[in-house]
Design a protein around this ligand. Structure first.
Ligand code: HEM
Length: 344
């Protein structure tokens, strides 16, 4: 008698599901292989051009370094690093520029436009807006006195954007450390990544709008956040009086144009600007330990920051993309507009 191999039905079903799920995922998410030097042949001056434009922008307005660097976070967390946040709204699409975290807050889009214009002149249709954001963020950090690093490139730009997706994921300044640990872990980012990346608040400014609740009514208590050191609270009270102008801004740390570990030294003294910042020291023992380490050791902060930026830059949506001609408009819409203007 020849032996018979009968696969039990539950096992057969499991094998079928595994095959189906893996082939579906493979189809839905073809990850692009990012690599350093991606433009070394197709556009050799890409990286030096980005750096030159960022340097020029910073000379005109020092804060633009922080504003440009923030774009990487707000891009990569919403369906991967695909420059979706640069798309303007269209008649059929609500983009990310007016989402809760971005409206009246994200800025320096025009600096990315300047980079793109120069690169389109040099190498038309080659360098993606998503890569420009990643290169510009690196340069903004290093030109502010922070570390530099090799960036992986080869991203494509999204065809669309989603205000809803941005609202669903971008954290509020009211967030606490425990919430942020969980949020970052959904992106495979560790507690050290979270604390190091928050160290980007070593440069730039925040609005009174983002902190008045913690000055006057923390968690609905009718009182200020007890974690704010009294001297610093008086300073913030003067900057942001109750009922005052929410658009007034203050430095996120005591040295707002220098990328250094002052941010962490401020947190240890109760001088964090945002609730989400101070909570990293005052709200959770796991993040506090890392804040203390970075406050003592700037080199350790820089190393962890670079690792975090590279890991965050790896986030991809797996959706089909393109190299946009204009960072604000998907190519199909660009073409449609062109036809209307020139063929009417
Ligand atoms: C951990 C969670 C984070 C929260 C809750 C958060 C929240 C905020 C808020 C509320 C502001 C001020 C916005 C305003 O008042 O208009 C801000 C500014 C800023 N954020 Fe974050 N952020 C976080 C993480 C990050 C990360 C990961 C980066 C970059 C790697 C980043 C970079 C910046 C920069 C550079 C500024 C200053 C921008 C400027 O001056 O224009 N932030 N952030």
């Amino acid at each position: 008698m020849s032996p018979k191999f009968i696969i039990p039905f539950p096992l057969l079903l499991l094998l079928f599901i595994l095959y189906y799920v893996s082939s579906e995922t493979a189809m839905a998410a073809p990850q692009i292989q990012l690599r350093p030097g991606f433009y070394s042949e197709s556009c050799p001056s890409a990286e030096s051009t980005v750096r030159r434009v960022i340097r020029r922008a910073m000379l005109k307005e020092p804060r633009s370094a922080a504003s440009v660097m923030r774009l990487q976070f707000h891009d990569c967390f919403v369906n991967g690093c695909d420059a979706s946040l640069l798309l303007d709204d269209t008649e059929t699409m609500l983009g990310e520029k007016l989402s809760l975290s971005n409206i009246n807050s994200l800025r320096s889009y025009e600096v990315i436009d300047e980079v793109k214009d120069e690169l389109e002149r040099l190498c038309p249709g080659v360098v993606s807006c998503a890569d420009i954001i990643v290169m510009a963020s690196r340069d903004a950090v290093s030109l502010s006195g922070g570390p530099t690093w090799e960036v992986k490139l080869g991203r494509e730009d999204s065809l669309t954007a989603s205000q809803e997706a941005s609202d669903a994921v971008m954290p509020s300044p009211r967030a606490n450390a425990t919430f942020l640990i969980n949020l970052f872990s959904r992106f495979n980012l560790s507690i050290t990544d979270l604390v190091a990346l928050s160290g980007s608040h070593s440069i730039g400014q925040g609005r009174c709008f983002s902190i008045v609740f913690r000055l006057y009514n923390q968690s609905g208590s009718g009182h200020p956040d007890p974690a704010i050191e009294p001297w610093f609270r008086r300073k913030l009270d003067r900057l942001c009086p109750k009922g005052g102008d929410g658009n007034v801004t203050g430095g996120l740390d005591a040295t707002q144009v220098k990328f250094d570990n002052q941010y962490f030294r401020d947190l240890v003294r109760g001088r964090g600007f945002l609730n989400s910042d101070q909570s990293l020291f005052s709200g959770d023992a796991r993040t506090r330990e890392v804040v203390m380490r970075f406050s003592r050791d700037e080199k350790a902060f820089f190393e962890a920051f670079v690792e975090g930026m590279v890991r965050m830059g790896d986030l991809q949506s797996g959706k089909p993309g393109e190299i946009r001609r204009n960072c604000r408009v998907a190519n199909a819409d660009h073409q449609r507009l062109h036809n209307i203007l020139f063929e009417a």
